[in-house]
Design a protein around this ligand. Structure first.
Ligand code: NAP
Ligand code: COA
Length: 288
């Protein structure tokens, strides 16, 4: 039988020590795009462990059903799996309606759906660039707009976008994803300003390299599977000296979803162990 590894596969944690009060999000409902896998899965789990019911949406029906079953079994909260494609507005709108029919409310939207691969700009097709922009940026707008129209406009709510740090220093092979995520950072601020008067907070988490995720396997896997020296060198560029965990991202999401962050909106919270600072310190670093 395959080993259950919650750090590398979509299994729930076997043990979880609550850092926040266990009922922090009691009775609330979250809608999470990309919630069936990776970082989105763990965010669903921790929101549920703090009292939320959750709807998770993405393209793969079987994967969603399996994840929803695991999430409910581990947390005792309800998880509604909904097949949808964030690129298609009607598909997202229907998923939001299904969530409202089931739970009667939505308090939290997390935009975690994304697509990525490594490719130099010189060989990236126009359609490849558009595909990533459509999943990440248009998808984020579609879900935000659908939840706003159907519920947040009149009831308030909280949006958490998932961005990245790729665009801070113009990471090579990432012009498509970096451009998409930069637009999500901008969208976070625009919507925070426009929708603040409706009591809607809009924030963003920018994760660094997170171990055991599809994102990391696609982008850093090749380098990390190399020699231990290569891995050590990579880790030496991260001030905290290691990759992050999905749980560390999810705990930031619990914070931003809760009343603990009631006066925070328009913020991008970088959760990366200082990774984007890279070789911060330049030549002076060797003098430390
Ligand atoms: P992941 O497990 O592959 O998560 C991406 C999710 O998006 C999947 O559940 C996928 O499900 C869904 N998705 C893709 N296209 C979709 C579409 N058209 N419509 C609806 N859902 C769609 O990868 P991850 O690494 O955990 O990434 C989660 C988030 O964190 C992403 O926003 C990513 O950019 C961000 N991030 C990750 C890292 C990292 O180190 N992993 C670093 C920085 C930022 P389906 O295939 O079923 O549609
Ligand atoms: N390098 C360069 N171009 C690529 C590519 C790669 N590795 N993978 C796909 N493309 C191009 C395709 O060739 C196509 O362009 P073309 O029509 O000019 O040939 C375009 O991207 C769309 O590809 P397609 O496979 O039709 O898109 P899709 O919608 O089925 O899949 C992806 C979207 C490519 C992003 C896919 O990897 C995916 O679904 N990812 C979700 C999971 C993920 O990436 N998680 C990590 C999150 S950080």
């Amino acid at each position: 039988m395959a080993q259950k590894d919650p750090n590398h596969d979509d299994y729930c944690l076997e043990q979880y020590k609550h850092q926040f009060q266990v009922d922090l999000l009691q009775g609330r409902v979250a809608f999470i795009t990309g919630g069936g896998s990776g970082i989105g899965f763990r965010m669903a789990e921790l929101l549920m462990r703090h009292g939320c019911h959750v709807a998770i949406g993405s393209r793969r029906r079987d994967k969603l059903q399996e994840s929803a079953q695991r999430l409910s079994a581990a947390t005792g909260r309800e998880c509604l799996p909904i097949q949808m494609d964030v690129r298609k507005y009607d598909s997202v709108k229907n998923a939001v309606e299904e969530t409202l029919q089931k739970f009667k409310r939505i308090d939290i939207l997390i935009n975690s759906a994304a697509g990525n691969f490594l490719c130099p700009a010189a060989s990236l097709s126009s359609n490849a660039f558009r595909t990533v922009i459509e999943i990440d940026t248009v998808g984020c707008y579609n879900a935000s707009r659908a939840v706003y129209d159907a519920y947040f406009k009149d009831n308030g709510g909280c949006i958490i976008n998932i961005s990245a740090t790729l665009h801070y220093l113009g990471q090579p092979l990432q012009v498509h994803a970096g451009s998409a995520k930069a637009a999500i950072d901008a969208m976070t601020r625009h919507l925070a300003v426009e929708w603040g008067p409706n009591n809607i907070r809009v924030n963003c988490i920018a994760p660094g390299p997170i171990e055991g995720t599809v994102g990391m396997r696609k982008l850093g896997g090749l380098m990390l599977e190399g020699s231990p020296e290569v891995k050590d060198k990579m880790m030496s560029y991260i001030p905290l000296g290691r990759m992050g965990t999905r749980t560390e991202i999810a705990e930031s999401a619990v914070f931003l979803a809760s009343d603990l962050s009631s006066y925070i909106t328009g913020a991008v919270l970088v959760v990366d162990g200082g990774a984007w600072l890279g070789g911060g310190g330049g030549p002076m670093k060797s003098m430390l």
